[in-house]
Ligand binder design. Structure first.
Ligand SMILES: [Zn+2]
Length: 66
């Protein structure tokens, strides 16, 4: 999923990130522009804890069931 740029952006180039996964302590992100991939803390994004992480975790659970 794609976080709003206003909430967070690539640490390398400042472009759009894609959140690809999450675990208990971090979000896994990939840059859409420079392909940098890394983990950030769940509070790296504004509203990350309440907006992005729950959605990612829900998506992962659905994926594991199917
Ligand atoms: Zn980048």
């Amino acid at each position: 999923m794609f976080p709003d740029l206003i909430d967070g952006k690539c640490r390398s180039c400042g472009r759009q990130l894609n959140i690809t996964g999450a675990d208990d302590v971090s979000l896994h992100v990939e840059c859409m522009k420079c392909d940098d991939a890394y983990c950030v803390e769940t509070d790296a994004f504004i509203d990350g804890r309440i907006k992005y992480r729950p959605e990612i975790m829900a998506d992962q659970e659905l994926g594991e069931e199917s």
